[in-house]
Design a binder for this molecule. Structure first.
Ligand code: ADP
Length: 450
């Protein structure tokens, strides 16, 4: 097993990783910026190292500072969490060069999935179904426009190196093409430093269903069921659940097997998520693979009874997967609601301030709260304004959903605006209760949710 783990992250995910490391008897090192001197992840860790000013570009994103902190403390491994450097191949490479174990996949797998276009080419080769589209090298506007005609409008234009819903445009007709291409390229260049584009058929009413996969260094690969992340705002997940309701078991197995094929096609090791769009006719299509632990991993933990961070740490230390595919069982139903400091009256802009009151609902075997802040902490403008993830379990979807609603009702936060009322309206919506899930849920029922 690993001896000492540095967590190159902050907030709830750093706290969550530290908890499992402690249970496994691994010593932990936190890193922190000026804004995080008194943060929970610093308090929880055995040791902590200051890495610079509050802006993440000067602290959490500086590879050399993280590596130096690991060397200084004698950490033998680094867990990157999600976001920040978690999918940065230069970082994984720097860890390898300094003989530090990177808790994640090989650099080659990160690189292979770093571009959505390259990823799609590899998946096509591996026989994983793709959304019909164009992911070629010829990026001339004329070629892209021709590809859009061939695919047939409406089309989805995406930045190859994009994420977080940026650089994406739905193009309804040829007349809109040139302007959309230009603005998406500009946005992608600014956000990702690369304006390569791909095109996909725009699916009208899809669900977002993703598969959790795990692979070890010994050639074993399994999937740990799926998560439905259809409820999104501006292509960003709002409430996630596992398993995906009303999914035929044949589709579930076919998706799981396709996800494992996807991982094996790039010699994957560790935790990964293969994201699919599921069409109304039960066809599923590969969208992208995230080569890290996902924000929404707890819903999978709740229904499988497994600790995914423990799995990551075991695999990173060279151990085989703890379970074979036929030993992985799904029990009951789980939801995760992302609780954010944001202002619903102002387009969900981050709401900063001091958490003068922070009273979460009581936790139990069925209610889990992953958070990195306590009452009195500051929500600053430097980082993602997530306050907590509320995760609930029930023997079935109905029970889990009523627990979610009750827990949202019990949440008390003051000092910043939050999205809790919005989450409560979604969870309590008749159509959500009926599991009428599509990626347009929030738009479609907008009037009921605000
Ligand atoms: P990002 O990496 O920026 O999150 P994704 O490619 O994962 O972007 O897509 C984000 C979301 O956008 C999906 O979950 C889905 O709701 C929507 N989406 C993506 N591709 C399509 C498509 N071809 N048709 C319809 N909706 C799509």
């Amino acid at each position: 097993m690993l001896r000492k783990l540095l967590i190159a992250n902050r907030g709830e995910i750093a706290c969550r990783i530290i908890r499992t490391a402690r249970e496994l008897g691994i010593r932990t090192v936190a890193v922190y910026s000026d804004a995080d001197r008194h943060a929970q992840h610093v308090q929880l860790a055995d040791e902590s190292i200051y890495i610079g000013p509050a802006p993440s570009a000067e602290s959490y994103l500086v590879i050399d500072k993280i590596i130096a902190a690991a060397q200084q403390t004698g950490a033998d491994a680094i867990h990157p969490g999600y976001g920040f450097l978690s999918e940065n191949e230069d970082f994984a490479d720097a860890c390898a060069r300094h003989q530090i174990i990177f808790v994640g996949p090989p650099t080659s797998a990160i690189a292979a999935m770093g571009s959505k276009s390259a990823a799609k080419a590899i998946m096509e080769e591996a026989g994983v179904p793709l959304v019909p589209g164009y992911h070629g090298a010829d990026q001339s506007p004329a070629r892209l426009r021709q590809a859009a005609e061939e695919i047939g409008y409406p089309v989805m234009l995406k930045a190859a190196y994009g994420g977080g819903g940026k650089g994406m445009r739905i193009i309804a007709s040829a007349a809109e093409f040139d302007a959309a291409l230009e603005s998406a390229k500009r946005e992608a260049q600014a956000a990702f430093g690369n304006d390569k584009m791909l095109l996909e058929k725009y699916l009208k009413n899809p669900r977002h269903v993703e598969i959790q996969v795990f692979c070890d260094e010994h050639g074993n690969a399994v999937y740990l069921a799926e998560r439905d992340c259809s409820v999104q705002r501006r292509h960003q997940k709002v409430i996630e659940e596992a398993p995906a309701p009303t999914l035929a078991s044949s589709t579930r197995v076919a998706m799981g097997e396709a996800a494992v094929r996807a991982a094996q096609a790039i010699d994957y090791v560790g935790a990964g998520t293969v994201e699919f769009l599921l069409d109304t006719n039960n066809q599923f299509y590969f969208m992208e693979m995230n080569t890290r632990l996902q924000v929404e991993h707890p819903v999978t933990e709740m229904v499988t009874g497994q600790d995914l961070v423990a799995w990551q740490l075991m695999i990173a230390s060279g151990e085989p997967l703890p379970l074979a595919q036929d030993q992985i069982m799904v029990h009951g139903h789980a939801f995760e609601a992302r609780i954010y400091a944001e202002d619903p009256d102002h387009d969900f802009l981050p709401s900063t301030g001091t958490l003068s009151l922070l009273q979460p609902p009581a936790t139990s075997a069925h209610i889990r709260i992953d958070s990195g802040v306590i009452e009195g902490d500051e929500v600053s403008s430097y980082y993602d304004p997530m306050i907590a993830k509320l995760i609930v379990w029930g023997e079935n979807r109905t029970v889990a959903l009523s627990r979610l609603i009750r827990a949202l009702n019990d949440y008390r936060i003051a000092g910043v605006r939050t999205n809790i009322d919005f989450l409560r309206r979604i969870a309590g919506h008749k159509k959500f209760m009926q599991a009428e899930l599509t990626t347009h849920f929030i738009e479609r029922y907008h009037a009921d949710l605000f």
